[in-house]
Write a new protein. Structure first.
Lengths: 238, 238
């Protein structure tokens, strides 16, 4: 992307600025990745202290969003990028919105973990939540990697993982509903687990959005609201 | 905003382009406003046909998002706006993301409406859903109006409405939990109502985000992740 056939840079300074913003996006991504891991582990292990960590770390994510947005606006105003450079800046503005919302969902899971840690009850759905958490964590990690390496094939692979997340989420929801019907005293607790599953499902959607921006960035084609098949076609077009 | 002390336009053509994009944003806003109204009415009145309308209309919202995004990128590349004009384009890129997600939430409510219309059961929580729907509808409408008139006072007023939405949402959730515990056969149905309430609560958040962009646009200050008091200070600063 940063090669001379796409960008036409007036200066090495401009390149350095773009690299610095990209690196901040990856830092922000690393934060929400860790926040998600912490929140899921806190929930599954009943570790309310780790849950608090996941909650408190959200302010760092929010602060980075504001900083990166400001730097993108400055680059747009001062450097007036075009073509690939412009797409990079627009893709970053969108990516950080999704990263921030992943942070919000991880924060919610942190609150649920703290709430659940203080409650009696069995943990029979925690394995399924853990599996969903691992799946979603891989999606965030690989989406960020696709963004870092501008790898459309990987972006596509991550987007394809989302249907598995939806399956896992639907399975957990069905099990929890049955469980609540059998034991109405478990309702409050089961709803907390259901909200956590829902938050993880949303994180999968945000990771998928980031992959769509990577394809837009590299191929110049907007693949939002299209099928996986249309995304494949766009990704493979050279 | 469009006055000569902020923008320095090379041409009337540029002004016309910006106005056209703004008007498309308002069209998109009008669509999600109607979609939300239809979805809530479909749910409350058990009208599955209207629910389908709310679902099907989402493609129009999605298509407008892609079109407006493309036009914003073109304006950034060809016109290289600065200062207030640049903030307008950035605020539009962000606003349409929230409008698109309001559309997604309305679509979800449409699906829930169709599902609920096919189920036996009482409607005792529908009044509360209706009230929440009306509240949230006012927020979307007034947020769009604040965007159209660049009215920071109104943006602030809408942002303040969100705590009321959270209260209403928490009230509905509490009532539904009690209800599910008393009558476990109502669980599936009650969860549908709960998801609808949740979707409305999210719509309130998206309307609030739009108000934050209006304040950023007019005052040049990013008020995301700040308290209502800090927002007030930023909005009133001249």
């Amino acid at each position: 992307m940063r090669s001379k056939d796409i960008g036409h840079h007036i200066s090495a300074q401009f390149n350095a600025e773009l690299e610095e913003i990209r690196s901040k996006v990856l830092t922000m991504g690393g934060l929400v990745e860790q926040q998600t891991l912490d929140a899921v582990r806190a929930l599954v292990e009943g570790d309310s202290e780790l849950g608090e960590t996941a909650i408190l770390n959200d302010y760092k994510v929010n602060a980075l969003e504001v900083t990166i947005d400001e730097e993108c606006s400055q680059i747009l105003a001062r450097r007036q990028p075009t073509a690939g450079d412009l797409r990079l800046v627009v893709a970053i503005i969108k990516t950080i919105t999704d990263l921030e919302r992943i942070g919000d969902e991880a924060e919610k899971i942190g609150h649920l973990a703290v709430h659940l840690a203080g409650m009696e009850g069995n943990k029979q759905h925690f394995n399924a939540i853990n599996a969903l958490g691992e799946h979603v964590h891989t999606m965030i990690h690989d989406a960020l990697d696709a963004f870092a390496r501008l790898d459309v094939e990987q972006a596509l692979a991550v987007a394809k993982m989302d249907s598995k997340v939806d399956e896992q989420y639907n399975g957990i929801t069905r099990q929890l509903i049955t469980y609540m019907m059998e034991d109405p005293r478990s309702i409050t607790r089961s709803l907390d687990v259901m909200w956590a599953a829902r938050a993880l499902e949303r994180i999968g959607d945000h990771a998928t959005n980031i992959c769509e921006y990577v394809i837009y960035l590299v191929r110049g084609k907007d693949v939002r609201h299209t099928s996986i098949e249309q995304m494949e076609e766009a990704a493979r077009k050279h």
